[in-house]
Design a protein around this ligand. Structure first.
Ligand SMILES: *[C@@H]1O[C@H](CO)[C@@H](O)[C@H](O)[C@H]1NC(C)=O
Length: 125
C-alpha cells in the first residue's frame, strides 16, 4: 500500500516537471546505421513528434505521417516511423552530436536525448 502511494507521489512529481530523460550515449561505426528508439509507450496519435540534431529540426511525425526537413547533411539517410524511432543510415563522422526528440504525452512535454558518437577508422579533422 505504501508503495502504491509512493508511486503516485513520483508520478505527480514527474507530472509537474515533465519528462526529461538522461542523455543516452550511442556509439556507432562510420558507414553503419543506427536507430534511435525513444521507446514511447503512450504515444498520442494527434501529437507531433519532433527530432532535432543540435539546433536544427530534421524530422517530425504529424498525424502519423513522417516528414523530413530539407537538410543536405541527412539527404536520403533518415527514416522515421510512427512510433518516433529515427534511423540514420550510412553514418558519417559529421553526424556525431546530440539528437533530441520532443513530443507531448498526457499534456506534458516529453524529451529524450541521444548523444551519438561516430567512430571512424580515420579521424578527419
Ligand atoms: C557526448 O559524448 C561526447 C563523447 O563521449 C562527450 O564529450 C560529450 O560531452 C557528450 N555530450 C553530452 C551532451 O552528453
Amino acid at each position: 500500500m505504501v508503495n502504491i502511494i509512493l508511486l503516485f507521489c513520483i508520478w505527480h512529481l514527474v507530472g509537474v516537471f515533465g519528462y526529461t530523460d538522461a542523455v543516452k550515449s550511442v556509439s556507432v561505426m562510420e558507414g553503419e546505421s543506427v536507430t534511435l528508439n525513444p521507446e514511447l509507450t503512450d504515444i498520442q496519435r494527434d501529437k507531433e513528434i519532433l527530432w532535432r540534431f543540435g539546433d536544427s529540426r530534421i524530422a517530425r511525425v504529424i498525424r502519423n505521417i513522417p516528414r523530413y526537413d530539407v537538410d543536405e547533411r541527412f539527404r536520403d539517410r533518415l527514416k522515421l516511423d510512427q512510433t518516433g524511432s529515427l534511423t540514420i543510415s550510412d553514418i558519417r563522422t559529421t553526424d556525431s552530436g546530440l539528437y533530441q526528440l520532443r513530443t507531448i504525452i498526457g499534456n506534458k512535454e516529453f524529451t529524450k536525448r541521444f548523444n551519438v558518437t561516430v567512430d571512424g577508422e580515420h579521424n578527419y579533422m
